[in-house]
Design a protein around this ligand. Structure first.
Ligand code: NAD
Ligand code: AKB
Length: 315
């Protein structure tokens, strides 16, 4: 879709950690009047933004279809999902929302021909991958969330090759941001730590100090999303989920970097059930294909990300 075609965008799961930031970026780029934000939860947060908000459960196919028709939607950012830790507490619900929700969007795209963005995750990988995960590393996840992300990638590839649906996806690493708290994932500690460092100078981290996971600052993730959606369709060889380059640091390295910027901050490490999920994920991801096919590069390193997080949360 070139810049000359007017975008009429629908975002599902728009009130989540990514949704709120993506709405802001889409609104700056295409104007608030181009966007219909939806979520299963209600909000009045968007009232002053000019973005239209409507309550929508992605399992409600009839309502989703009526919105697609009413607003003549030509691009959907499908973010509604249940994340890893919340998914393990309710695997059936995780499967239902992550799979049936995606299928509803795919089926409607087949009918109304809109373009889709849907995120995958580093949770597609399992413990057979080793430290560095490549695009073509094996996909043997051990969480139900990871299983839905692998199935989501496969069904996306299928709808693209069999039905010509223009769907695009990214395997986001753990995302670090300050506007909205994360919604039930394993990498949430890397956000919570900043909030607690600023409010009480103490944090009890729920993974071991030597836990190393792929991470990314939200601004890089949003830029990657917009860049992928702008890429010419013929340049893309992956429709399920592109690996992205990632930062990698241990929980202790993160706490030490915060200590440099907030003297007196103390972090304890008391692992809970989420350690088990973290142990099955790689330390880092190789994003060579994203750079080659649509030119993505990271802008934030650990130091710059920590500076931005602390500055923003302190305001
Ligand atoms: P989040 O949990 O913060 O937000 C998800 C939103 O979906 C919530 O606002 C929730 O109310 C909504 N939702 C849940 N069930 C719904 C339903 N049935 N209908 C409509 N809305 C519903 O999640 P997020 O971090 O913003 O993640 C968005 C997407 O990105 C997900 O697919 C997630 O798997 C993926 N992802 C996120 C991260 C990360 O670190 N945040 C990393 C990798 C992948
Ligand atoms: C989670 O921890 O579940 C998410 C993810 C990496 O997909 N942040």
């Amino acid at each position: 879709m070139g810049e000359t075609i007017e975008r009429r965008i629908l975002v599902t799961g728009a009130l989540g950690q990514i949704g709120i930031e993506l709405l802001n970026a889409l609104s700056n780029k295409f104007g608030p009047e181009s966007i219909v934000a939806t979520d299963i939860r209600e909000t009045d947060k968007l009232e002053d933004t000019g973005i239209r908000f409507l309550k929508l459960d992605v399992l409600d196919l009839e309502k989703l279809e009526s919105l697609i028709k009413e607003f003549k939607i030509n691009e959907v950012y499908h973010l509604a999902a249940i994340l890893s830790a919340a998914g393990e507490k309710n695997p059936e619900l995780c499967w239902k929302i992550n799979m049936d929700g995606l299928l509803n969007v795919l089926e409607l795209s087949r009918k109304y021909k809109f373009r889709i963005f849907t995120p995958s995750s580093i949770a597609v990988f399992g413990s057979d991958v080793g430290n560095l995960a490549f695009q073509n590393s094996p996909l043997n996840p051990s969480t139900i969330y990871g299983v839905t992300k692998v199935a989501g990638e496969l069904i996306s590839e299928y709808y693209h090759s069999v039905h010509g649906v223009d769907i695009r996806g990214l395997r986001y690493p753990g995302l670090i941001s300050w506007k909205v708290m994360p919604g039930g994932g394993t990498t949430d500690y890397a956000v919570e730590i900043f909030h607690e460092a600023i409010s009480s100078k103490k944090y009890t981290c729920f993974v071991e100090k030597d836990t190393r996971l792929p991470m990314m600052y939200m601004d890089d993730a949003i830029r990657a999303t917009l860049q992928l959606m702008d890429a010419p369709s013929e340049n893309l060889t992956i429709r399920g989920g592109y690996n992205l380059p990632s930062l990698n640091f241990t929980a202790e390295e993160l706490s030490q970097k915060i200590q440099e910027k907030i003297p007196g901050f103390e972090c304890a490490f008391v692992p809970d059930h989420r350690q088990e999920y973290a142990n099955t994920w790689p330390d880092e991801t190789d994003g060579t294909l994203s750079e080659l096919e649509w030119g993505f590069k990271l802008e934030y390193d650990l130091d710059l990300m920590c500076t931005k997080m602390i500055e923003s949360l302190s305001k």
